[in-house]
Write a protein that binds this ligand. Structure first.
Ligand code: ADP
Ligand code: MG
Length: 329
């Protein structure tokens, strides 16, 4: 199967299949897209490399899902509505069954979010999947990392930490290991995360700052703090503990939640006056939103055992959770 046949059979949609948002779609020298009049374009790129971001044995449908999910997660963190994406695929060989599963996982998630595949590039080489995603957002309404204010609440969606628990199970570092059920459930979080697009849209006008958690909760919180020139306190007893983490040691729970990474949950700040709006969002989305700390004028990050609201906060805990770093081995 040649390059063009491959692209056409796996990555081009027939008329009526999938969303049509581009003026000129896949198959020309450029795709041409137009955001709705007056909207701004939000653009982000993420690449996944075999051995670094995924295991060679991963189910290709889940791999396709995740490659797009991590990109949609960036749009979610900006409060942008997905529009379209391009796909840069580097393949060591053409395995038709594998490619068809990859395309299915990718395009199913794309269709779910009405995000059209409008072009790409296909080359031979070590396996990697690069995606550039485009979304639209009303002028000035994009959620940024830089808007957190002293006094804001700090919130997180879902159950961060599950993906890391699964990764450690794969690595064989867990003693005792996970039950079959816990392994399958946490593995789903790791291999097929659900990008929080609807939450991001709902947070427009509610959140003051947002980021999606890819490198670990505290590490990514650090990006908000630096960009917003503020500090924060996080309360350990306010962290949402996934049912799959609940039976692990407290240290393991905290390590996975605070420094696990690969979560693709949203971490966001909002004024206390927005608590009812955040609660209403949690309700309407059926998504857990937990208030885990507060933003303070005093720079730096403080972790306390207890005391989200109390005047008498619990003792400070040494911060042993360094953000995962791709270049630190
Ligand atoms: P060019 O040589 O002009 O860069 P290519 O030959 O690389 O174009 O690709 C031909 C068409 O197929 C283009 O419209 C391109 O966007 C599209 N395309 C290439 N690879 C992919 C892919 N992996 N997924 C979707 N579309 C692709
Ligand atoms: Mg090309």
């Amino acid at each position: 199967m040649g390059e063009f046949e491959l692209i056409e059979s796996f990555f081009w949609r027939r008329p009526g299949q999938g969303p049509r948002r581009a003026v000129v779609g896949n198959g020309d020298d450029c795709a041409v897209i137009a955001p709705a009049p007056g909207m701004q374009l939000a653009v982000s790129t993420d690449t996944m490399v075999e051995g670094r971001h995924f295991l060679s044995t991963v189910d290709p449908a889940r791999l396709g899902h995740k490659a797009l999910a991590v990109n949609l997660s960036d749009l979610a963190a900006c409060g942008a509505q997905p529009l379209a994406f391009t796909l840069a695929l580097t393949l060591p060989r053409v395995d038709e069954a594998w490619l068809s599963a990859l395309a299915r996982g990718l395009l199913d998630l794309a269709d779910e979010h009405e995000c059209e595949l409008i072009g790409g590039d296909t080359t031979a080489g070590p396996l990697s999947i690069g995606i550039t995603v485009m979304g639209e957002v009303p002028p000035g309404q994009a959620l940024l990392r830089s808007g957190a204010q002293p006094g804001d609440d700090l919130w997180v969606s879902g159950h961060p930490g599950e993906a890391r628990l699964a990764l450690e199970a794969f690595r064989g570092t867990l003693h005792p290991g996970l039950s079959g059920e816990a392994f399958e459930a946490t593995r789903l979080a790791m291999e097929a995360p659900d990008p929080r697009v609807a939450l991001g849209l709902g947070l427009r006008g509610v959140a003051t700052a947002a980021i999606d958690i890819s490198d670990g909760l505290l590490g990514d919180l650090g990006h908000i703090l630096r960009r917003s020139r503020v500090g924060a306190t996080v309360a350990l007893d306010a962290l949402p503990v996934s049912p799959w983490l609940a039976s692990r040691s407290v240290a393991e729970q905290q390590d996975c939640i605070l420094a696990g990474g690969d979560d693709y949950e949203l971490l966001f700040t909002a004024p206390a006056a927005q608590r009812p709006a955040v609660a209403a969002l949690a309700d309407s989305l059926g998504l857990l939103l937990s208030r885990i700390g507060r933003i303070e004028a005093d720079p730096g990050l403080r972790v306390r055992s207890t005391g989200l609201d109390e005047v008498q906060a619990g003792p400070l805990v040494p911060n042993r959770w360094v953000s995962f770093d791709h270049f630190r081995g």
